[in-house]
Design a binder for this molecule. Structure first.
Ligand SMILES: [Zn+2]
Length: 205
């Protein structure tokens, strides 16, 4: 089916079955019955999403390579990196919490970024690839398990608590992770589910 041919789709809000026509760059489609947002085609959305994803990947590597924060209390300095915080939890007998900490804030976003790059690069080049469909399905399934922004808010809240007991200095990793969270959210937000599937269909042989 060509990308411009209207396929049947259901409104996620009121279940109205409708045929979506072609949505041009800069346009958005809403449900005629309830007004719920259906799809939008941003101008050059593939390049934008790819640019945000590449920036997010570089920032995520930085966030895992430098000190995240340093604690000064009673003359002692304790420097924490993101991977080390999970290792410490594991060592102290909390393997489940270690997985829960590192999974949604590093592993899942990294996996999603890898899939995003693996899908968008061939799509932009209009080249078919066998992983486009399974990769995109996995990408949308992983979405709810990525909690980069939740983690950042959690860190800021806990800093207020810890700040009363020790001096806390934010490291370069914190700022890299904050930048990563913004770029990652932008890369995913630029991606429209309907438009992505249409592009994959148009690219498929
Ligand atoms: Zn509706």
């Amino acid at each position: 089916m060509p990308a411009s041919s209207p396929e049947r789709t259901a409104c996620l809000e009121c279940d109205l079955l409708l045929r979506l026509g072609e949505v041009r760059a800069g346009e958005r489609a809403t449900c005629p019955r309830c007004g719920h947002f259906l799809t939008a085609r941003g101008v050059d959305w593939q390049t934008r999403s790819l640019a945000f994803a590449l920036a997010a990947a570089v920032l995520l590597v930085m966030a895992n390579s430098f000190p995240f924060l340093s604690l000064y209390a009673s003359g002692l300095e304790s420097v924490m990196t993101l991977p080390r915080s999970a290792v410490e939890l594991y060592r102290q007998g909390y393997p489940t919490i270690a997985v829960l900490v590192l999974g949604p804030i590093v592993v899942v976003p990294a996996l999603m970024l890898a899939i995003l790059l693996a899908v968008l690069l061939p799509l932009r080049a209009r080249r078919p690839a066998p992983w486009l469909v399974p990769g995109s399905k996995l990408l949308f399934r992983l979405g709810p398990w990525s909690m980069a922004e939740v983690f950042l808010i959690g860190v800021l809240v806990s800093m207020v608590k810890i700040g009363a007991m020790a001096k806390v200095v934010l490291g370069i990793s914190f700022w890299a992770y904050a930048g990563f969270a913004i770029c990652f959210t932008a890369a995913i937000a630029t991606l429209d589910r309907v438009q992505l599937w249409r592009e994959i269909e148009a690219t498929s042989p």
